[in-house]
Design a protein around this ligand. Sequence first.
Ligand code: ADP
Ligand code: MG
Length: 699
Amino acid sequence: MMIRADTELRCLSGIGPRRAERLAASRLRTVEDLLYVLPMRYEDRRNFARVAELLPGGPDTTLNVEVESSRLIRTRRRGFTIFEARVKDATGKLKVIWYNQPYLERVIQAGKRVVLFGRPVAGRYEAVQLENPDYEYLEGDDAEGVHTGRIVPVYRKLGDLQSRFLRGIFHATLQEMERDSLAPLVPPAIAERRGLIHRWDALHDVHFPPADVTPRKLVERDTPAQRTLAFEEIFLLQLALASRRHGVKHEKRGIAYELPDALRGRLGGVLPFKLTDAQQKVLKEIGADLRSEHPMNRLLQGDVGSGKTAVALLTLLVAVENGYQGALMVPTEILAEQHARNIDRLLQGSGLDCPTALLTGSLRAAERRAALGAIANGEAKLAIGTHALFESGVAFHRLGLAVIDEQHRFGVLQRAALVDKGLRPDVLVMTATPIPRTMALTLYGDLDLSVIDELPPGRTPVTTVVRGEDERDKVYRGVVDQVRRGRQAYVVVPLVEETAKSDLKAATEFADKLRKDVLPDLEIGMLHGRMKGRDKDAVMQRFVAGEIQVLVATTVIEVGVDVPNATVMIVEHAERFGLSQLHQLRGRVGRGSERSYCVLMVGDEEHGREARERLAVMAQTTDGFLIAEKDLEIRGPGMVFGTQQHGLTDLQFIADVLRAPELLDAARAEARAMIEGTEEQQAHAAKILESLSSKWKRR
Ligand code: ADP
Ligand code: MG
């Protein structure tokens, strides 16, 4: 049978209907889907290392050995097992140990030939041994040239399919498939201009790197195959984004607001401070959008505390003063309440007529009905709320402008849902996650970008230190000292999940312990995501009022909470947080003119040293962009930006693109040129997107 890109997996020999069904659950249905399951790493098996050459502490090494004997040792510690194998090659013998993998007894058996991959270490009784290496069988002289004798791909287990099995399937499939059934995704002219290779070649070479490719090039993601696949993916994404943006730009049905001097004057009196240059620059950009009849679609990016909310308020008031409604959508109830309070206060002094409505998930039924009513009949000109704002029961009278705060908490779909509620509302998306420009453009290619790159004057940078268990008493003395000076403190405790009961219990116990044993003279409050909205608000109010001196909280306070009198933040188990998240958390202090402190506590775990090194970045800089870039380097974009929420989990090459921004630039330029090009080019682009959308939808 001739295999084609769209051949169903169940037709492949070795897969069959049962496995195909399981693969379908991972959204893999066709040969093409499967081929995009890329190697997680490669092993250089061109030359196997020889046992006699191994040195303890040497680099990761691949060995081709025969198993002489093996045994499973059950230790006295319950459940703890050691599986030990003696292996040999022509040059010598070696002991190999696997901890807690008793099933290996059935896998690694005397007489078999295995490939081992791991780092040689000094053993207790041996000069050198391997511990917990990866292993793979070689059966007889089988498949020379597929599994050995080359740089081989290593895959993540896919269901119950092991790396070796997958390698075999990939190899056979690529050999037998009709090359041109993989239709080009990028127009030939562009492919040629950018030096791309045929998709079959690209996929083949990514799975089975050709002889002239070095391991180094592979690691740097700099082979023609890798660059081709990365370009294709980014090009398609950019094409989709550019086409959406183009559609919006050229749509004239948006609202053209008026911004006469009189209105500017009135708005100028709302805020009790002078705007920074950066805020003014951004407001100018927004102002141009507002006056134009094209709907605004803008991303406002600014570090924590840079004054985005102030900009948002003025923007919303332009819409309100033009007779439309504005909506401010934020990720947490605490934040919604805080914004509602602050905005009401500012508005009261301003002489503007702008009744607001607060809509969160925890309103009582009557309150909710009142809020919904006011939003629907237009009495409320400004609606402030959480995602409750775009639930289906919410109807706006005349929504003109929506501001979405802290974008990274919202999915693209949610954004669309709110937009659907308006005629064609202008949208301003704000994010405090400092996203490197390349990343921002990749994720939000359909948005225009404004950046507030300056903090309001008078901020003293937060002093950040990393501390261990042995210094805990000293840390608490510091807290007591600050409280004595009339300041307040946060203690942040990590939760794996806001909803995990065991974690919550640990956090509550921690607060109790502080209350009883450690800081008995201080008023200690507790705040976490599982609390009812009303309770959360009550605690927050008491903290704002200074009645609570130490607030033990989970990351619910991460975004936006603004209590300038809080000058100390202790982060427990700081090693469990990403750097960007720590930066967000740290932004809760240093908001007043007082000197502020952030103490990152690291446990005395085995990773203590590594964690300290990583966290040292926090002590060295308060530049959110630098921190985000470091974070990206360490954890990868998926973890940092929660790509799941963006629906971008399937972008496999984002990391590569961040490493090679020129590739992104090229792909974006080509995509834009196509979307804004001749009719013929536009039609071609539409066709590509059309054929794609069904595939992407399926993903
Ligand atoms: P962001 O939303 O960007 O984190 P906020 O808008 O919450 O920042 O502003 C942080 C703090 O700085 C708030 O207390 C706000 O009142 C204050 N602030 C904002 N802009 C200015 C400014 N231009 N001058 C002085 N203080 C400002
Ligand atoms: Mg904010």
